[in-house]
Design a protein around this ligand. Structure first.
Ligand SMILES: Cc1cc2nc3c(=O)[nH]c(=O)nc-3n(C[C@H](O)[C@H](O)[C@H](O)COP(=O)(O)O)c2cc1C
Length: 266
């Protein structure tokens, strides 16, 4: 938020993503020019955010809808690169959900820029600011309706433990808990070697793989980690993660093209 008068005018419309774009526009316009932008600003706000994120309006026929969940691992710095690589593929639509700590490692603006404005980063703030009364869309439900495939990349030790235990205290874990088990879900653990070798980690991975049915890929072994340690724990290379989606895209698109929103069946 830049705090200029145009931004304040934007607030009654509960603008989020478009609000940022408008803020930049207003700031560069500066002073008296702001008045000239007001009609455009209000139109943008009303069109973009009154109804929040609705899966039925955001799904694009013939595309694969990829939801990346980023958690508080340093590997989240790769999120903008993943978004860019996925967005370059005409078959792919991508959205990002980030935990509070994940937002430390990348900027929502970079995600937006790398996808030419098509991909947004959704956080707990959006979950709660977009629901005001009965009938308003519930973000974690709309995002899970939207998604054809979910990548938890990177999945840190904390979120891994929460998923394995069934906890759902933020947008990311509520969405995962509300996801139909048939939606293909890939988990890419990323953590310090000692965290990975902690006995609970193997138990959590076994639970999410064998009980929930998620596919677990990685971590990489014997790599130098960001913390300076060497060993197991680094997230699978981000290009390989992008490759998982591209490898399954045609298959998933064919299955989902005419699916009812609630029934992911691949
Ligand atoms: C700089 C930094 C890097 C971190 N990297 C990791 C990591 O790679 N893997 C991990 O499991 N935790 C890592 N953590 C710890 C998590 O961020 C922490 O457990 C946090 O509570 C996770 O919250 P979340 O799962 O809601 O994102 C890191 C913490 C810091 C400060």
């Amino acid at each position: 938020m830049c705090g200029c008068s145009a931004c304040e005018r934007c607030l009654p419309y509960r603008c989020t993503t478009r609000y940022l774009a408008v803020s930049r526009l207003s700031c560069t316009a500066a002073g008296s020019v702001i008045t000239d932008y007001r009609p455009k600003l209000q139109l943008l706000c009303l069109a973009g955010n009154r109804e929040g994120f609705l899966a039925s309006k955001r799904r694009v026929a013939g595309k694969i809808h990829v939801l990346i969940i980023a958690t508080g691992s340093v590997a989240s710095v790769k999120i903008p690169l993943m978004v860019e690589a996925l967005s370059e593929d005409d078959r792919v639509e991508v959205q990002v959900v980030a935990t509070k700590t994940a937002t430390t490692f990348f900027k929502a603006e970079d995600v937006e820029r790398m996808s030419e404005g098509r991909c947004q980063t959704w956080t707990d703030e959006h979950e709660w600011s977009s629901w005001k009364q009965m009938g308003d869309p519930i973000l974690h439900i709309e995002l899970r309706r939207w998604a054809d495939i979910v990548l938890v990349a990177p999945c840190d030790a904390n979120t891994l433990a929460k998923i394995a235990g069934g906890l759902c205290d933020n947008l990311a874990t509520s969405l995962l808990r509300a996801l139909t088990p048939k939606t293909p879900t890939y988990v890419f653990p990323a953590m310090n070697t000692c965290m990975f070798e902690h006995p609970l980690t193997a138990m959590h991975i076994a639970t999410i793989r064998d009980v929930i049915g998620y596919k677990v890929m990685g971590p990489q072994m014997g790599k130098k980690l960001a913390c300076g340690d060497s060993g197991a724990g680094a997230m699978t290379d981000w290009r390989e993660i992008v490759g998982v989606v591209k490898g399954r895209a045609d298959d998933i698109i064919a299955t989902y093209t005419s699916r009812p929103l609630e029934q992911n069946t691949v």
